[in-house]
Design a binder for this molecule. Structure first.
Ligand code: HEC
Length: 444
């Protein structure tokens, strides 16, 4: 008897703040119906819906509500959406940027802190439509691809550990042309188990040995296709092979003879001609190392650096850091010995090897690198038990291919420029910055 009364008393006390908040004017707290549903649609649903990679579905209030405290945490720590690129250092203007705005983060947090209220049902937006699984996402804009390349069929089991499938296939490319866009498409059946699929071109050297030419495409779950900046020619090599590195994580469905497909859209001949007239350039993806020979001691930390320069001016179009499990951060800086300028271009201080992104700079914001300037890649490793992703802090860890070895490099897309093209682009950037300053107030 007494016990029941006590519980009654406690719940009465607990009711007090809820009652007083109900008395506040409407709109004081964000509600699910009005603000939060749209934020979840824009930032989370692409992965958190049935059949997709997110471990839980976020398509309704009932589904989302129980996860509210964990959502608050993951969003505040910027672990979700998974896009590891610092928001307070380096170039912030990126294409297909998955990072949430501070405003949206604050709204989500305020909603959870207010007890995750549903709000007024009439405010609910219509359900969002997504491209069918297994269809090109760029097709709406560009139509079907001009050329496709498929991995060799492989049986994906229903259950088990991480699996890697690394076949080499002929590219089927007979003519070197400029890529407009490229997209990697997992099959509809294996859509949930295809975590990553990276592809590289191989070409033959004068001794007939196959060598890496450059990256074709990098896919991580949820990633959209990649578009090459207008006016730049990223070539595909003829008579080449494509080497695949596909990471499957069985999701309960066995998929016999699975194939991953890369689609390539080309620029037209006339487009190419324009490019050649503007600035002679060729866009290639380079793998720059972030410090070659290293050994990370057990329970130790290490920083490595790699230095690179070109004997002509270049524009960097994208940056994709790559580390493994002991890797915790990477940055790309520029040092210009002529002027003494040293600047961080991009940094990822919350590295997570589970997610790989090519961070593409917004047009007009790509860093322009003068001839002879040094690109500095710095990688940080943490082999202590404090690193939550460290599988075994007692090991010595060196560079290598296995997941438990380390890697330290970045893929960068480079547009090669002549002096005239470089000066022209510098002037365009300076003009844009002046405009931004003159018209400031709104920010960008
Ligand atoms: C690109 C796909 C993708 C997007 C976009 C995405 N998630 Fe996730 N999310 C995942 C995957 C995969 C996992 C499970 C693996 C992991 O935690 O990395 C996950 C895990 C989570 C978890 C559980 C973490 C845990 O520790 O159990 C929460 C909570 C979460 N996501 C919330 C969100 C929210 C909120 C958004 C949007 C603001 C979002 N996610 C956007 C793919 C995504």
């Amino acid at each position: 008897m007494k016990k029941t009364k006590l519980i009654g008393l406690f719940s009465a006390i607990a009711m007090v703040p809820a009652l007083s908040s109900a008395a506040e004017p409407a709109g004081e707290h964000p509600t699910y119906a009005k603000e939060v549903s749209r934020i979840i649609q824009d930032n989370c649903q692409i992965c958190h819906q049935p059949g997709q990679i997110g471990p839980m579905s976020f398509t309704s209030y009932e589904e989302i509500r129980p996860w509210a405290p964990l959502i608050r945490l993951k969003v505040l720590e910027r672990e979700m959406p998974p896009y590891q690129y610092d928001h307070d250092i380096g170039i912030q203007e990126l294409k297909d940027d998955w990072r949430m705005s501070d405003e949206d983060i604050n709204t989500l947090v305020a909603w959870v802190d207010a007890g995750s209220p549903m709000g007024n049902l009439e405010d609910l937006p219509a359900a969002r439509e997504y491209p069918a699984v297994g269809e090109w996402r760029l097709a709406n804009e560009l139509g079907q691809p001009d050329h496709i390349i498929q991995s060799t069929p492989w049986d994906v089991p229903a259950a088990g550990q991480d699996l890697w499938w690394e076949p080499e296939v002929p590219s089927g490319i007979t003519e070197s042309r400029c890529i407009k866009a490229v997209e990697t498409l997992p099959s509809a059946a294996a859509h949930g188990s295809t975590h990553h699929a990276n592809s590289h071109f191989l070409t033959q050297d004068e001794n007939g040995e196959w060598q890496t030419f450059g990256r074709l495409s990098e896919y991580a779950y949820g990633k959209l296709g990649e578009k090459v900046p207008e006016g730049a020619c990223r070539t595909v090599p003829e008579n080449s092979k494509v080497s695949w590195s596909i990471h499957y994580y069985p999701d309960g469905n066995a998929v016999p003879d699975d194939q991953v497909t890369v689609g390539i859209w080309y620029y037209d001949e006339e487009d190419n001609f324009d490019v050649a007239e503007t600035y002679p350039q060729d866009l290639r993806l380079y793998m720059l190392d972030g410090g070659g020979d290293y050994l990370i001691p057990p329970h130790g930390k290490l920083m490595t650096q790699g230095f690179h320069s070109f004997d002509h001016p270049v524009r960097i179009d994208s940056w994709q850091p790559h580390l493994h499990l002991r890797g915790v951060a990477m940055s790309m800086e520029i040092f210009d010995p002529e002027t003494g300028r040293r600047e961080v271009l991009s940094q990822a201080s919350n590295w997570n090897a589970g997610w790989n992104h090519s961070h593409t700079y917004e047009d007009g914001f790509q860093p322009l690198i003068p001839a002879g300037a040094t690109i500095i890649l710095t990688s940080w490793f943490d082999n202590t038990a404090a690193n939550p992703r460290n599988p075994d802090p007692d090991q010595w860890v060196g560079a290598g291919q296995r997941t438990t070895d380390e890697m330290s490099h970045a893929w960068i897309a480079v547009t090669h420029l002549d002096d005239e093209g470089y000066e022209k682009m510098l002037a365009e950037q300076a003009e844009r910055e002046q405009r931004t300053v003159a018209g400031s107030g709104g920010g960008q």
